[in-house]
Write a protein that binds this ligand. Structure first.
Ligand SMILES: C[S@@+](CC[C@H](N)C(=O)[O-])C[C@H]1O[C@@H](n2cnc3c(N)ncnc32)[C@H](O)[C@@H]1O
Length: 369
């Protein structure tokens, strides 16, 4: 996902990028420890809340230990637990401890629904240092509708308050859709009023399951929303933007410091694992590249880089992209967005957007590659 994070405070987030620039190899892993979830989000790429289609499965603790060991041997330094919902993973306490004992920085993507102050304190004492939690609207009803469960707005806000109070770094996340794109500044204001120094946003991505079925709620212009948020950050003492969006900032001047890695997946900064060891190019690409428990030969990192190169070689690009003057900066845009466009072009590319009538939605064929 092409994530953009706005920071109002200096923090160690830039460390990941600096480390990558030095090492030029994987620094960070996202591990989906379970596919089970207590919400039912309208856009979930993992389809996790779909009880009819998803059988609840968790990663075994022995497998998790093995995986963390492999990642340590490969020199990674950050693990983000995700899912499904990691707080419903029965071994989450051990999972945090195992990662911390192996010297990883430990973060978690959580909807916050069950993150009480006591639970947050326990996880912090075991090594958790940051949570990322969605605020998808300032209107509790709309947030709950997008997240598929009543009460999820208040639980998310209360989790962020709880975690922040005990010294966990809290990041607000927003999946941009047609439903909330006019209120993103309001969402950032709300997050800032909760004392949050990091606010993150990205666009709803085409993927599989309900992310595809409900794809008509994708936003109308992600890049324009990012411009508005940048103005907001500039006017409120923002310090830094970490952009993983190929098209932002491209032709946009800002007084904020910007770290720009246009796609952490294709650059080999980040690796994603499902609960069963399947390895994804990006969390939105649910067709695995390989399985870490059954396929790896030799060292994990070397194997991963070979598979990544093979994957990228097959990635289809509109021939016009390589001749475009933007190509050096955007690399052809996001693989996932490209694979859903009939022309194999990223629908947020300014060249593509300029061809569309004002206010029109991006052109998507809804036919995954
Ligand atoms: C699948 S959830 C797993 C972790 C946890 N349950 C949570 O709510 O954060 C991870 C996050 O990915 C994002 N996400 C899921 N599906 C998406 C999609 N189709 N497009 C963009 N972001 C998506 C949401 O921010 C979601 O909170």
């Amino acid at each position: 996902m092409c994530v953009v994070t706005f920071d109002w405070e200096e923090n160690d987030a830039g460390e990941k990028v600096r480390r990558f620039r030095k090492k030029k190899s994987l620094v960070w892993a996202v591990i989906e420890v379970t596919n089970s979830c207590n919400l039912n989000c309208i856009w979930c790429y993992a389809n996790s809340g779909n009880k009819a289609k998803i059988r609840r499965e968790h990663m075994g603790l022995a497998e998790l230990k093995k995986l963390v060991g492999m990642l340590k041997d490969s020199g990674l330094n950050q693990i983000t637990y995700s899912g499904g919902e990691p707080t419903v993973y029965p071994r989450i306490r051990e999972a945090v401890k195992i990662a911390k004992d192996n010297d990883f920085v430990v973060h978690m993507n959580t909807n916050g629904f069950v993150l009480t102050r006591g639970f947050a304190r326990e996880l912090k004492s075991l090594g958790l240092s940051q949570i990322q939690t969605n605020i998808d609207s300032v209107d509790p009803k709309k947030h709950d509708y997008l997240r598929g469960r009543e009460g999820s707005f208040y639980r998310a806000v209360s989790a962020l308050k709880n975690a922040r109070k005990i010294g966990i770094t809290c990041v607000s996340q927003t999946v941009l859709t047609k439903e909330n794109e006019t209120e993103t500044v309001g969402i950032f204001e709300l997050a800032r009023s909760l004392g949050l120094q990091r606010c993150r946003v990205w666009d709803m991505m085409p993927s599989s399951g309900c992310a595809l079925e409900n794809f008509d709620i994708r936003p109308t212009n992600y890049i324009e929303s990012l411009r508005k948020l940048t103005k907001f950050a500039e006017g409120t003492g923002g310090k830094h933007i970490e952009s993983g969006e190929p098209f932002f900032p491209l032709d946009f001047e800002t007084s904020l410091r910007v770290s720009h890695i246009p796609c952490v997946a294709s650059h080999g900064v980040l690796v994603n694992f499902a609960y069963n060891g399947d390895v994804y190019y990006c969390v939105t690409q649910r067709k695995p590249m390989f399985n870490v428990f059954s396929d790896v030969e030799g060292g994990f990192e070397e194997f991963y880089m070979v598979k990544l190169r093979e994957f990228l070689k097959k990635a289809k690009l509109n021939p016009g992209c390589t001749e475009c003057e933007l190509f050096d900066k955007c690399g052809g845009g996001c693989y996932t967005r490209r694979s859903y466009s009939s022309e194999r072009t990223d629908y947020w590319c300014p060249r593509v957007l300029n061809r569309q009538p004002q206010g029109a939605s991006p052109d998507v064929s809804h036919s995954p590659a």
